[in-house]
Structures are given as C-alpha cells and as structure tokens.
Write a protein that binds this ligand. Structure first.
Ligand code: FES
Length: 213
C-alpha cells in the first residue's frame, strides 16, 4: 500500500480475514446500549425523510440499515457517533447494531475522510489490465488534492469494463492513466465524471460491439 493511501492498514489473520475488533477497543465501562431517545436526539428533517423512505422499501425496516447509513454519510460526510445515533433513533435500533454494520463495509467511514470517493478496483481482471498503475496515479493525485479519498477495492462487480473505478458511486471504465487527471478535474468542476465512460450510458460493455446490434 502506498504511504499516502489514507486508510490505515487493516490487520489480518494469516489466511487473510480481518482481525475482529482491530480498530476500536471495547469500552467495558460503558452502560448497555439503548435506542437513542427522540427527545434528546435531533435528526435533520431531510435525513429523517431519507431514512424513513428507505425503511418503507423493506418488509423488515431493519433491512434498511445500509441505505440509511449511506444517507447519514452523505449528510455528514462520514459517520460520526452523532450520525449513527440519528439513524438509530429513527430506526429504533441501538447505535451498537448500526456500528457493527458500518464497521463491516469499506464504503462506510467511521473516521473523517475527504469528500470524494474514488475506489479503484485492483482485483485480478482489472489488475491484469493496468489497474495497479491507475491506483498509484490516483494516489499521487490525492497527495495534492485534499478532497480525494482514493482506495483500492477488491472486485467491484464490473469486470467487463475493467480497468474501472467507482467515483462517488458512479462506475467508469475502461479507464487509463490519462483519465486519472480528468477524474480529478471533473470532481473539481463539480460536474459529471468521465461521462463518456460511465457504465450507466453504455448499451453494451464491449466497446467494439456494434451499437445497433
Ligand atoms: S476485477 Fe475489477 S470489477 Fe471485477
């Protein structure tokens, strides 16, 4: 991992799994977790509405934990204890439950992070197509760009457009080294990122396929 990759290294067992509880020690002096009291937990209206809409999409409202945490992360920029408490309050869950969900997934940040997420897939398909150099280049650019949160990811599930990246959730690919600067420029401008390479606009993953076929 590059010295300026902003994520701390994750301790792992020899077989590769994460060491449980690697980042936050359990505070045994804390009282048992309870659902935050709505009377003392103010929740911004917009966030409350997003969480409630997510809960309405599932037979069991608890299933909305991930979209609700995403909403809170969008609102706060990361997931401070205050954000977790707000989600817990609306969902009538304990903060501990939501923290266990958030700490499992790399997309959730339990520490402050730069605003824009650039996840470069470095798994085997993308790696064979040059993803490691792209990841290194993005890391270099992040050194001069305080808003860039660059991480390498295992397969993002879009191997057919590799090498690819997810930029604030938008899948782009196949990308090359020149595209890295363009990604940073597009993010600076606040417009769409590499619009011509966004997966959502592709009729077919194969760039050589006949668009009319
Ligand atoms: S290997 Fe990169 S998206 Fe699957």
């Amino acid at each position: 991992m590059s010295a300026i990759d902003r994520r701390p290294p994750v301790p792992r067992f020899g077989h590769g799994s994460r060491v449980p509880g690697w980042d936050v020690a359990v505070d045994l002096a804390k009282p048992p977790a309870t659902v935050p009291d709505p009377a003392t937990t103010p929740v911004p209206d917009e966030l409350r509405s997003e969480i409630e809409q997510a809960m309405g999409r599932y037979p069991n409202p608890r299933s909305a934990a991930i979209p609700a945490l995403h909403a809170a992360q969008r609102h706060h920029g990361w997931l401070p204890p205050e954000a977790i408490a707000q989600v817990a309050c609306v969902m009538a869950l304990t903060p501990a439950y939501l923290t266990s969900v958030a700490s499992f997934y790399d997309m959730f940040a339990l520490r402050p992070k730069p605003r824009h997420d650039v996840y470069v897939c470095t798994n085997i398909t993308c790696s064979l197509l040059g993803a490691d150099e792209i990841h290194e280049r993005m890391i270099e650019l992040a050194g001069d760009h305080p808003d860039l949160n660059v991480c390498s990811f295992e397969c993002l599930g879009a191997c057919d457009i590799g090498p690819m990246a997810s930029v604030n959730g938008e899948y782009v690919g196949p990308i090359n080294l020149d595209d890295c600067e363009q990604i940073a420029r597009d993010l600076d401008k606040g417009g769409p990122v590499l619009e011509h390479k966004q997966l959502r606009f592709r009729r077919c993953a194969d760039p050589n396929a006949n668009p009319e076929s």
